[in-house]
Design a protein around this ligand. Structure first.
Ligand code: HXC
Ligand code: NAP
Length: 285
């Protein structure tokens, strides 16, 4: 649960975190500050960003610039990125973390409901990627993208189909540009987290009594949810120069959750010892 990297691991770096005013984005931004980076946090609600920027600087020191931006709007993303460059002088890495989601049977969704999620999750990442990527390429600068996906980006999942479709698209972009833009010294990687409690995710995905009925910790072989610092350690490594040869990778951090669902006999945890004894009476225990 402690910070992993040495204190100057991100010294001199400027990192732009979309959705950095809340939840996991804020936690990762805090650790980037601990490691010497300057941080830009960008999302729609300026008041939330401003309060978080003060909070982050009080807790971690360093410099945080809050910038209002709806990432689903390409013009706003261009303007926000230019402001970031004007005020910080550069941006070394973009953490595409902002997202939107809700839980719903798919047959209850309107086309607009589907599009709202895709516009933020997929097109928001597209807009940030085109803006930052074109800037780095035109100015012959290295860069790094770190994209937050989910484990259902590769498995799919019922009840969050717009998010699953959009995150799968983000994963495809990550792997595609890892190859296409490597010649410009731009890396692209992704993290697929399992359950990490945040107000944003829990209120949308486990509303009302669902949180009691579907305790996420019970689905995880390690029997617990993730700690924000564990995710921050991985994210800091992936935006640092220590991971310079990691490109096109998606790293799962979920305590074994998704693979548990995939293994044919993993549900046999529920078989009692006596049953095993009866099935194999001659075998030594
Ligand atoms: C069905 C719904 C709905 C629901 C909204 N809609 N909620 N449909 N079930 N629960 C429909 C509306 O009816 C409308 O369609 C359309 O979606 C847009 O609705 P709006 O009212 O405009 O939006 P609103 O409900 O105010 O906001 C939705 C949102 C908002 C944009 C997604 O919640 C948001 O800003 N979220 C950002 C933060 C967030 O979601 N964080 C969680 C990330 S968690 P119609 O046709 O009626 O107009 C995450 C974790 C993944 O990604 C993995 C976890 C393990
Ligand atoms: P969160 O706190 O709700 O964060 C979502 C952020 O996105 C908010 O700060 C929000 O800020 C921002 N945002 C939403 N729409 C935006 C838009 N149109 N433009 C700009 N910013 C926008 O949720 P979280 O749990 O920390 O999730 C962070 C990331 O981790 C997401 O990519 C999520 O999919 C991923 N993830 C989370 C979990 C988990 O268990 N928590 C698991 C797997 C993956 P504004 O409202 O101010 O715009």
């Amino acid at each position: 649960m402690n910070g992993m990297l040495r204190a100057d691991a991100l010294s001199g770096k400027v990192i732009l975190v979309t959705g950095g005013g809340t939840g996991l984005g804020k936690s990762m931004a805090g650790y980037f500050l601990d490691l010497g980076a300057k941080v830009i946090i960008a999302s729609r609600k300026l008041e939330v960003l401003e309060a978080s920027a003060v909070d982050l600087m009080e807790q971690h020191g360093g410099e945080v610039i809050p910038l209002a931006c709806d990432i689903s709007n390409a013009a706003e993303v261009d303007q926000m990125f230019q402001t970031a460059i004007d005020r910080m002088g550069k941006v070394d890495a973009v953490l595409n973390n902002a997202a939107a989601n809700f839980i719903s049977p798919t047959e209850r969704l309107s086309s607009r409901a589907f599009r709202v999620i895709v516009d933020i999750v997929l097109m928001g990442t597209v807009n940030m990627t085109l803006t930052a990527g074109k800037y780095w390429i035109a100015n012959r600068l290295p860069g790094s993208f770190l994209n937050m996906v989910t484990t259902y980006a590769f498995t799919g999942s019922g009840y969050v189909v717009p998010s699953a479709a959009a995150k799968a698209g983000v994963l495809a972009i990550t792997r595609s540009l890892a190859v296409e833009w490597a010649k410009y010294n731009i890396r692209s990687n992704a993290i697929a987290p399992g359950p990490f409690p945040t107000e944003g995710a829990w209120s949308r995905l486990l509303p009302g009594k669902l949180v009691e009925e579907f305790d996420p910790a019970k689905k995880v072989p390690l029997g617990r949810v993730g700690e924000h610092q564990e995710l921050a350690n991985l994210a800091a490594y992936l935006v640092s120069d220590f991971s310079a040869f990691i490109n096109g990778e998606v790293i799962t951090i979920d305590g074994g959750e998704w693979i548990k669902g995939a293994g044919e006999f993993n549900g046999f945890d529920a078989v009692p010892q006596e049953t095993w004894d009866q099935l194999n009476p001659k075998r030594k225990k």
